[in-house]
Design a protein around this ligand. Structure first.
Ligand SMILES: [Zn+2]
Length: 557
């Protein structure tokens, strides 16, 4: 599970150095000999290996991630999957690029008929980094476009009445609030930079600290202005994918910095931003902005791991059901001088070694059904372990943009990410089910585990847009992912995990993981995948669904 996709994440996603950690290898701290039924023992074994200190948190681009990828490839092979990667193997190489602001850059504002003046680094602006180019320069008039949202189906167009062709747009980083956490969260700054590109703008500045949001704020960004982010690399070494689809983000502005561009007109924006349902009128800037920034690009490489069970139906067999889970985690935390001996390895047992263990065990479930004389699934089933989820769904983005099968043949993605299996679950929560015909399939599968579906308990967290399946949603593919619910006396363990060990070194295999709950979790996901694979008709989005419409997926009549 990735951190919330906030406006700041474009420039502030951390790439923590993991190379030199002089930690002596400790013995495995869970007794691997305690007797468990075979299916539970198998899950535990995967997590013991993948979440061991020796794999140093499986950061995308690290050698330890590559070892984890070899492990998954070997397990796919043992489960009887055919290689689905490049060159007849299980791996799909994913070229990476880390990028960060190389210097403080410059922003100069020349009011019409006036003299140019420089905006101040750290007070007015913090430079951004552009993964597409080591040097970015723009010289253009500016336009304020509110939150930069154009959503006719939601009755909102921040671009109404203004032509931004050839301009640098200035927009508030805070996401709009339409009252639906998933829809609100889909308005990442990245998606709004894409809208700006469609409108013919040439660059963008994002204003921090106005209109709410949970970002680090301008002061936080100013402190870590040169931290790295990561995306996948195009053949020429520059960044591609979601991080490179919109107009270049040139800088983040403080409200004071924005006021320098718009003069007295800016006061109305600040006033509107304080209202609970803010509406912003566009403003044409009266002058020209000159922006120049440099970006340091550092190449890297990683891999997705792909295994398939070919479909048995002559017609439906070319269609593909994807089961995805991310293999990477966040690596090793930087040293804390206050606690020099503290554990810094983010083992990622629940996030997401356990999702990978579930993926492998689901593959074995399919194979076992066929061995017992059952038919192979009618559609092809693809098992996809992706890299770079924690960097912003990068490996899934690479796969969705460079698929090993035609993306139009991918009929669904069922994603496995961070099930918190620390308590006997009494319900399940599913993200995305109410949006497509996957809903009834999911409901039947959950019922088979003897539990009910509970609506999302944390809509404000917008989990639907925070894991790998979202990259498939962006390609129009109906997708779901499931979590154990929080009902019952011990369901609070979920929130406790989020507060205490999520993205921390204590996400270890030594947590009280209930492996029998892992098997239940695998069961439900297996049933979902199996039913999608064998159904007469491929899943479609419910008529008029927001995401199905937005991304032009197949839709119910
Ligand atoms: Zn995570």
């Amino acid at each position: 599970m990735t951190r919330p996709i906030l406006f700041a994440s474009l420039i502030a996603l951390a790439a923590v150095a993991s190379a030199q950690t002089p930690t002596p290898a400790p013995p495995a701290r869970v007794s691997a000999t305690a007797p468990l039924p075979a299916d539970q023992a198998a899950m535990r074994a995967h997590v013991l290996f993948l979440a061991s200190d020796e794999l140093k948190g499986r950061e995308a681009g690290s050698p330890e991630f590559d070892i984890a990828a070899q492990y998954v490839a070997a397990q796919f092979s043992a489960a009887g999957l055919r290689p689905g990667g490049a060159g007849g193997g299980y791996l799909q190489p994913v070229p990476l690029v880390s990028y960060r602001a190389a210097d403080r850059g410059s922003l100069r504002w020349t009011p019409r008929g006036g003299r140019a003046r420089a905006l101040a680094f750290g007070a007015d602006y913090v430079p951004a980094a552009d993964p597409r180019s080591p040097a970015t320069a723009r010289d253009a008039p500016v336009a304020f476009v509110g939150q930069g949202v154009s959503a006719p189906s939601l009755g909102r167009d921040d671009y109404a009445g203004i032509d931004v062709r050839g301009r640098i747009v200035v927009l508030l980083g805070a996401a709009p609030k339409f009252g639906n956490g998933e829809i609100d969260a889909s308005f990442t700054v990245g998606s709004r930079l894409e809208e700006a590109a469609r409108r013919g703008a040439v660059g963008a500045l994002v204003v921090a600290d106005l209109g709410g949001g949970r970002g680090p704020g301008f002061a936080g960004l100013a402190k870590r202005w040169d931290r790295s982010a990561m995306t996948w690399a195009r053949p020429d070494g520059t960044g591609g994918g979601a991080a490179a689809r919109g107009v270049p983000l040139l800088a983040t502005l403080s409200p004071a910095g924005a006021a320098k561009l718009f003069g007295p007109a800016w006061a109305a924006v600040e006033a509107a931003a304080r209202s609970p349902r803010p509406r912003f009128a566009p403003i044409e800037g009266q002058g020209t902005l000159s922006a120049a920034f440099r970006t340091a690009l550092t190449p890297g490489r990683s891999s997705n791991v792909v295994g398939v069970i070919p479909g048995s139906d002559p017609r439906l067999g070319r269609e593909v059901v994807v089961l995805s889970a991310h293999l990477d985690h966040i690596g090793v935390s930087p040293p804390d001088p206050a606690q020099p001996n503290a554990d810094r390895i983010n083992n990622g047992a629940l996030d997401n070694a356990i999702g990978i263990a579930s993926l492998i065990e689901e593959a074995k479930r399919f194979a076992a059904q066929t061995e017992k004389g059952g038919k192979a699934p009618r559609r092809t089933v693809m098992f996809l372990a992706v890299t770079g989820e924690e960097k912003g769904l990068v490996g899934a983005d690479y796969f969705a943009s460079n698929p090993t099968v035609p993306i139009a043949d991918v009929v669904a993605d069922v994603n496995l990410d961070m099930p918190v299996l620390l308590y006997p679950f009494e319900d399940m929560t599913v993200f995305g089910a109410e949006r497509s015909t996957l809903g009834p399939i999911v409901r039947r599968a959950v019922k088979s585990a003897g539990v009910d579906l509970t609506p999302d308990q944390n809509p404000e967290e917008a989990f639907f847009v925070r894991s790998d399946h979202y990259r498939f949603v962006e390609k129009g593919v109906p997708s779901v992912f499931l979590w154990p619910g929080q009902k019952g006396p011990r369901g609070a363990a979920f929130q406790t995990f989020l507060k205490t060990c999520y993205h921390r070194p204590c996400d270890e295999v030594t947590q009280p993981i209930l492996w029998d709950q892992g098997v239940r979790f695998v069961d439900v996901n297996y049933r979902i995948a199996r039913e999608i694979a064998d159904a007469d008709r491929r899943p479609v989005w419910n008529k008029g669904d927001y995401f199905g419409t937005l991304y032009r997926g197949p839709m119910a009549e």
